[in-house]
Write a protein that binds this ligand. Structure first.
Ligand SMILES: Cc1cc2nc3c(=O)[nH]c(=O)nc-3n(C[C@H](O)[C@H](O)[C@H](O)COP(=O)(O)OP(=O)(O)OC[C@H]3O[C@@H](n4cnc5c(N)ncnc54)[C@H](O)[C@@H]3O)c2cc1C
Length: 145
């Protein structure tokens, strides 16, 4: 990272707006306890590297609401089904984000160059189609409840 530091410090000093944060995931094996169930980033944060956190949070909320409707008073069953439907896909996205982290936040000059080239390519229709299919698609089934 040393090669990057002077450039980075210079940009920070000149920036009118500057965003700095750590990147985290929430990896939980159980998303509910008694009458409480978690949703969104609280249980299934995939991080900004995966993207889609908002979309996945909404999908989770939809499935949870649907399962509560289906199972009536049996909220434990609803919570369990909700978790079973979401968890495998969330894990897959979390693993994918971890694999992708080095490319997303490069630590060498060459990988930074490469990432910037790829980022430009993503705007091209053919490449964006491939990219979306490979990294942004998911296997979640949203039923009509
Ligand atoms: C830089 C960045 C870029 C992102 N880009 C994308 C993207 O392009 N697409 C995408 O789909 N997702 C993206 N995400 C992820 C997305 O923002 C989250 O997955 C999503 O906001 C999760 O929604 P949530 O409602 O679960 O949590 P949050 O949006 O975090 O909402 C939780 C709320 O609870 C409040 N809160 C916390 N503690 C308390 C308390 N004790 N009492 C009362 N209120 C409290 C917080 O203030 C907050 O308003 C990005 C995230 C980051 C950080």
């Amino acid at each position: 990272m040393e090669w990057y530091l002077p450039e980075l410090l210079n940009s920070m000093n000149q920036a009118q707006d500057f965003y700095f944060d750590s990147v985290s995931q929430i990896v939980l094996d159980r998303w509910y306890e008694n009458r409480v169930a978690l949703m969104g980033d609280a249980c299934q944060s995939v991080s900004l590297i995966a993207g889609q956190g908002s979309a996945l949070a909404m999908a989770g909320a939809y499935i949870l609401a649907g399962e509560l409707k289906t199972h009536g008073d049996n909220y434990q069953k609803a919570f369990e089904t909700y978790q079973n439907k979401m968890l495998p896909e969330i894990r897959r996205k979390q693993e994918m984000a971890k694999d992708f982290a080095n490319s997303f936040i490069p630590d060498t000059k060459i990988s930074l160059w490469f990432r910037n080239k790829i980022s430009k390519l993503i705007t091209k229709p053919l490449f964006s189609k491939f990219f979306i299919k490979r990294f942004m698609s998911d296997s979640l089934q949203l039923e009509d409840y």
